[in-house]
Design a protein around this ligand. Structure first.
Ligand code: NAD
Ligand code: UDP
Ligand code: UDP
Length: 336
């Protein structure tokens, strides 16, 4: 039988004057797309002090520029595959390259980040008695044989494919989280994030929403990867951040799906981007990459019931909210 131990005693540093009034929060991967939006939201609360740890592999200081120098904010350049000593109350553990182009670029590093990086963050959480939230992924369901995906589904994942460093990496990260929870009594939270989009997405990381918007703004044709009937469900980043904070603050370990159940084929997505951003561009069908999941849509009953959360922003509302950020970064100005 599994005995869940009591959480370890919090660090004595928490008795210091500082900790009586403030919550110190570590965000790994906080210079990335979702991480930097999470930091913005956490910094709105004056009781929060935020420490970001990032190696800037796919993230950028630019995403955090408004906080650099702020007295409640600290940015540390560090690779989480190495041990880290800080004193914190909560850990949002996001660090991991998330787009196929980047995670396949150095697959060994990707799996090290997921396994050694997560173990280090769990060791840290154990030492200081912090609650830790992992951003896992819908990719743990692989090419799913159940639709939509419920948290109980164990997935259909290729253990030796080119995506495995990421999806098997996250599966091990989830296992580590639950083993530290059962064996050492750690307070854990696991979010299974479905495709997320919004301002500050990497422009050239090959993800479909950023690709289509950049292509539309550059006047290039939108590249739908064959067959184009594959589906995804896209969540706007502010909804995602709200879901993550609710999960951290609530009483459920998860795993809990966080995503927008609105499901679109890639051809439909291309048509919507064309209509909303640049009607003059064409759409072309190009070759796909191996192991591309054919369909994906979250069942979010658990998030609704346990977190009182559901997304508010539809795809048609969210896409135009990215346009200005992409125009600025691409240097493409709106025609008069
Ligand atoms: P991102 O690439 O923008 O952010 C990841 C951040 O982690 C980057 O700033 C990167 O520099 C940092 N990082 C990577 N390896 C590191 C290491 N070894 N040490 C320290 N920092 C490191 O990606 P994102 O879209 O913001 O994703 C954030 C998290 O959400 C990831 O864990 C990802 O797996 C998960 N997720 C994202 C999506 C999505 O659609 N964006 C979907 C499912 C899951
Ligand atoms: N660790 C860390 N920061 C800490 C505490 C631990 O980075 O504040 C690392 C530690 O180096 C180890 C990992 O977390 O590699 C797992 O720690 P744990 O205490 O569970 O294991 P052990 O150190 O006993 O192997
Ligand atoms: N995709 C596409 N055109 C692109 C980039 C991606 O049609 O320019 C497709 C890709 O084949 C996949 C879907 O969009 O079916 C989502 O791909 P992405 O890399 O954004 O996310 P993930 O596969 O991780 O869900």
């Amino acid at each position: 039988d599994v005995v869940v131990k009591k959480p370890p005693t919090p660090s004595p540093l928490r008795n210091s004057k500082f900790f009586q009034s403030n919550l110190r929060i570590l965000v790994t991967g906080g210079a990335g797309f979702i991480g930097s939006h999470l930091v913005d939201k956490l910094m709105e609360n004056e009781k929060n002090e935020v420490i970001v740890v990032d190696n800037f592999f796919t993230g950028s200081k630019d995403n955090l520029k408004k906080w650099i120098g702020h007295p409640r904010f600290e940015l540390i350049r560090h690779d989480i595959t190495e041990p880290l000593l800080v004193e914190v109350d909560q850990i949002y553990h996001l660090a991991c390259p998330a787009s196929p182009i980047f995670y396949k670029h150095n697959p060994v590093k990707t799996i090290k980040t997921n396994v050694m990086g997560t173990m280090n963050m769990l060791g840290l959480a154990k030492r200081v008695g912090a609650r830790i939230l992992l951003t896992s992924t819908s990719e743990v369901y692989g090419d799913p044989l159940e639709h939509p995906q419920k948290e109980e589904y164990w997935g259909n994942v290729n253990p030796i494919g080119v995506r495995s460093c990421y999806d098997e990496g996250k599966r091990v990260a989830e296992t580590l989280m639950f083993d530290y929870h059962r064996q050492h009594g750690l307070e854990i939270r696991i979010a299974r994030i479905f495709n997320t989009y919004g301002p500050r997405m990497n422009i050239d990381d090959g993800r479909v929403v950023s690709n289509f918007i950049a292509q539309a703004l550059r006047g290039e044709s939108l590249t739908v990867q064959s067959p184009g009937t594959q589906t995804r469900s896209f969540c706007y980043v502010s909804d995602m951040v709200d879901g993550l904070i609710r999960l951290m603050e609530g009483d459920n370990t998860g795993p809990i799906n966080i995503g927008n159940p609105g499901e679109f084929t890639m051809m439909e997505l291309a048509e919507i981007v064309k209509e909303l951003i640049e009607p003059s561009v064409s759409i072309e069908v190009v070759e796909n990459t191996p192991d591309d999941p054919r369909q994906r849509k979250p069942d979010i009953s658990k998030a609704k019931q346990l977190l009182g959360w559901e997304p508010k922003i539809t795809l048609r509302q969210g896409l135009p909210l990215m346009e200005e950020d992409f125009r600025q970064r691409l240097g493409v100005h709106k025609k008069a």
